[in-house]
Design a protein around this ligand. Structure first.
Ligand code: DLL
Length: 436
């Protein structure tokens, strides 16, 4: 079902016009009400009148996570506090969190964004939407909750964790849609299997998974184990939370809701736009946000944009699967590797579970690269001789794809740490503090 055909399927020329109007208005408001943006634009010699169409977006300054931290908590806010209805925050790894503030109109826009994604799974009245993203400052829980409410669906706010109970509720209450991180979904799928739940008796038909990169291998695993369609939902606190875009039933890219967000892909080094279809860093400008409008936000997410029309009828541009954040990229022995590449390879080997953990360290002058993986119950043996036939092909494939030689360690099934939220796949123990 298409929730908002007018916006989701608008002819591209009309969308350009709408975006251009909204961009000009956003820039004017930023300049007039947010001293940070006035300063940044003055430094570049750009005036609001210079922004007439979306082609002018490249004249605008970028905003980075560091800017948000420097302006913490309310430096980028464009409205007085009495218009704020909610505050969320993303934890980040170090220092102050990134804070997002919302007016009522921002909350309404956000619910509309999520509703568009959930409508792909035909969610409506009578459908139970189990929200197993964490509720709290994290945007996943309340974001999914409000999207389900917008469609008149039944909201089941289980939040993350307490997995046995999640499965019990799923069975007893008749959950139609589950929303959580793909790594938590994997964990739930494992439990469903372990508890010998008869999946054909579940009402579950769709999952909306996001908040972290996930590969086609994980999608296949989730769809097969839970008998669902696994739909990717993308978003970030700085824009609203989940729902900046979502996949349609063809699962061939994440449609970005362009009436609200103007996406660009730039080369992360030169910051110049790349050709359509090329991979680079996703940069987003908000077009309707009231409380905290954001110009050219550098997401650090690496992906590409596809402007071709989609079979589903939506004209909204499609974001390719997010490869990872530029900050997640590991440089091991001089080679760039993303955890998602390891995941892609691992999930090609059905004897392994999709669980993995990477440890990188430095011994002398050499980086070490250890990869913990699990064999499925039926293939596992603690006897190293019996593990070798499984390790060898995985090793060869990893070396041919990434060029680096891992030390592969097979762990007993179920022993690699499972996550209820965003999974942590890497421990980089190298001490960069004395590097020059
Ligand atoms: O993760 C919002 C969200 C909640 C999205 C639930 C989807 C579902 P943050 O905590 O601010 O917000 O983290 C945003 O997570 O820049 C990406 O690096 C990553 N991310 C989010 N969705 C996806 C996805 C939420 N579908 C950061 N695929 C983003 C890959 C994703 N990465």
């Amino acid at each position: 079902m298409i929730h908002n055909p007018k916006m989701e399927c608008m002819p591209r020329e009309d969308m350009r016009r709408l975006q251009s109007q909204r961009l000009a208005a956003t820039v004017k408001r930023c300049y007039e009400t947010v001293p940070f943006y006035k300063r940044k634009m003055d430094e570049l010699g750009v005036k609001p009148e210079d922004i007439k169409s979306i082609d002018d977006v490249t004249k605008l300054p970028f905003t980075t996570k560091y800017d948000l931290r420097d302006e913490y908590p309310f430096g980028l806010q464009a409205v007085p506090m009495d218009q704020i209805r909610r505050i969320h925050a993303s934890s980040g790894t170090t220092g102050k969190p990134v804070v997002g503030t919302y007016t009522q109109a921002d909350l309404d826009m956000w619910a509309e964004c999520v509703a568009r994604v959930f409508a792909v799974g035909d969610i409506g009245p009578g459908d139970v939407v189990q929200v197993s993203y964490g509720y709290g400052l994290f945007t996943g829980g309340l974001g999914a909750h409000d999207g389900a409410a917008k469609l008149g669906a039944v909201q089941l706010p289980t939040s993350a964790g307490n997995s046995e109970k999640q499965i019990m509720m799923m069975q007893d209450i008749g959950t139609a849609a589950i929303c959580c991180t793909p790594s938590y979904a994997l964990h739930l799928a494992e439990l469903v299997e372990k508890n010998k739940v008869d999946v054909s008796k579940l009402k579950l038909r769709v999952g909306f998974f996001g908040a972290e990169p996930w590969t086609w291998g994980i999608r296949r695993e989730l769809e097969a184990k839970l008998h669902i369609k696994a739909i990717d939902i993308y978003g970030l606190t700085e824009m609203c939370g989940p729902g900046v875009g979502g996949e349609c039933q063809y699962q061939d890219g994440t449609h970005i809701w362009e009436d609200f967000f103007l996406p660009e892909i730039v080369d992360p080094e030169t910051l110049q736009p790349v050709a359509p279809g090329e991979v680079g860093e996703l940069v987003i400008t908000s077009l309707c946000k009231e409380a905290m409008p954001i110009l050219r936000y550098r997401t650090r997410d690496l992906s590409s944009l596809n402007y071709e029309p989609c079979r589903c009828g939506r004209t909204a541009v499609r974001l390719g699967k997010v490869l990872g954040r530029s900050d997640d990229m590991l440089i091991i022995r001089g080679v760039n590797v993303f955890p998602s590449q390891i995941e892609t390879v691992l999930t090609e080997f059905p004897a392994f579970t999709p669980q993995y953990f990477i440890t990188v360290d430095r011994k002398g002058n050499e980086d070490t690269f250890d990869l913990d993986v699990e064999l499925r119950e039926e293939f596992f043996s603690p006897n190293p001789g019996k593990q070798m036939p499984f390790i060898k092909p995985l090793y060869d494939r990893l070396v041919s794809l990434t060029g680096i030689k891992p030390n592969i360690h097979i762990q007993p099934p179920g022993t690699i740490q499972r996550s209820t939220g965003k999974a942590k796949h890497v421990n980089d123990k190298r001490d960069f503090s004395n590097w020059h």
